[in-house]
Ligand binder design. Structure first.
Ligand SMILES: Cc1ncc(COP(=O)(O)O)c(C=O)c1O
Length: 403
């Protein structure tokens, strides 16, 4: 699209048949390519030595444990199995429920079900969008096997407060820290809280390992158990030591990619910060749109989240449809919330009015390696145009719907 967005007519919007603003779609994923030479250098032992695979994974575990100020890191084939294994290993035996937020990752309840636990969904705090000690405590009881704290997509949950709450109730606590790899909470590095924390190395995450995941913990016994669970449930002698053993190892190639990504983190964070600053600058004049501010320091500035406030003149679904048709692949924040999803497994029915209201308002915006400041200016101008022409746009969309 060559003409400035502001000078378009309604017909020129892609949703009404006009040319798309972005010929190459702009996604909400990170997709950061590492320094290729560095990746190859880390991967070299794979072809050079017999124990290359184990050597690289060992190095990756060592470097990631140090990065998170944790005593141990156990690498997994992805975040899903890292979480499932940690849940299974930590849940108190004889108890049936795992307490978790509903406004979170779409597979979270499925993971709990794999571990044969019933999700009990709690509310989230309206400011942080995270479960807090105040929203978790009413859900704790005699059936609670585990508390699962989850860091939201922007900023962090109160990891120290949740850990203290779990300890007070004599419960284990695990964190899903997939979205808070780089952050510090209460003066401590994320990765060193609770009984354990889980991370993903999926290509869309802050550290791109193509695929992969890992658990950090300060508990040596738990670390040994998770390593055995991941390696077919067997101990060093080959005897079965964990009955639910998986084949969930991280490959050396993925570990090499993750190591190269870790080395390049500072440059990536600088770029993310520039993206965030560009959104802040360009969205500021657009009424009805609130950019969710990063309040944690340090932070990776990885994801861009906006709230459509009461002043915003269109529905969120229509706004996302307009952005998507232009090639700006914005998407609804954690929608639907988990307690609203159809579940074929046992769960505790939940009435969560605060979550229901929050689940309608937030939108994740394009960001990451393939988005630049010019793209953001165009997205902000598009939103400004949409706001200024909302009445005409809504009428056309309604007419189309009725046709
Ligand atoms: C919050 C959260 N937890 C866990 C996962 C699972 O990680 P993986 O994709 O590596 O299995 C994801 C993946 O998107 C996630 O966003």
């Amino acid at each position: 699209m060559t003409a400035a967005v502001e000078n378009r007519s309604l017909e020129q919007l892609a949703i009404f048949g006009g040319e798309r603003l972005f010929a190459t779609p702009k996604s909400t994923s990170n997709l950061v390519p590492p320094d290729f030479a560095r990746f190859l250098a880390y991967a070299e032992p794979l072809l050079e030595t017999q124990d290359g695979e184990a050597e690289i994974v060992e190095l990756m575990q060592h470097r990631f444990a140090a990065f998170h100020d944790a005593s141990h890191c156990i690498a997994f084939s992805n975040g899903f199995w890292a979480l499932a294994s940690a849940i299974k290993a930590l849940a108190l035996p004889g108890r049936s429920e795992i307490v978790m937020p509903s406004l979170t990752y779409r597979r979270m309840a499925d993971i709990a079900a794999w571990a044969q636990l019933k999700p009990r969904f709690c509310e989230v705090d309206a400011h942080s969008l995270a479960a807090s000690p105040a929203t978790v405590e009413p859900c704790l009881g005699r059936d609670t096997a585990l508390v699962l704290g989850v860091h939201p997509i922007v900023n962090c949950c109160d990891a120290a407060g949740l850990t203290e709450l779990a300890r007070r109730h004599g419960l284990p606590i695990l964190f899903d820290s997939v979205e808070s790899v780089y952050e510090r909470v209460a003066g401590r590095k994320v990765g060193s809280f609770g009984d354990a924390e889980c991370f993903s190395l999926h290509a869309s995450k802050l550290i791109n390992g193509f695929e992969g995941g890992y658990v950090t913990t300060n508990d040596a016994r738990l670390a040994r158990r998770l390593a055995m669970a991941r390696d077919l449930g067997r101990d060093a002698t080959g005897a079965v030591a964990v009955s639910w053993g998986l084949n969930a190892r991280l490959s050396g190639l993925h570990a090499a990619m993750a190591l190269a990504g870790l080395d390049g983190l500072a440059a990536q964070v600088t770029k993310n910060r520039n993206i965030y600053d560009a959104y802040r600058r360009t969205l500021n004049p657009v009424g009805g749109v609130r950019l969710v501010a990063f309040e944690t320091a340090p932070t990776s500035f990885k994801n861009i989240l906006i709230e459509l406030t009461a002043e915003w003149p269109l529905t969120r679904a229509d706004t996302i449809a307009i952005l998507n048709s232009e090639g700006a692949l914005a998407r609804a924040y954690y929608y639907p919330p988990l307690h609203r999803k159809k579940m074929s497994y046992a769960h505790v029915p939940a009435d969560l009015p605060a979550t229901d209201a929050l689940a309608e308002r937030f939108v994740l915006m394009p960001c990451g390696h393939f988005v630049d400041e010019r793209d953001i200016e165009r997205i902000a101008a598009l939103l400004g145009f949409v706001a200024a022409n909302a009445v005409g746009i809504a009428a056309r969309l309604a007419a189309r719907e009725a046709a």
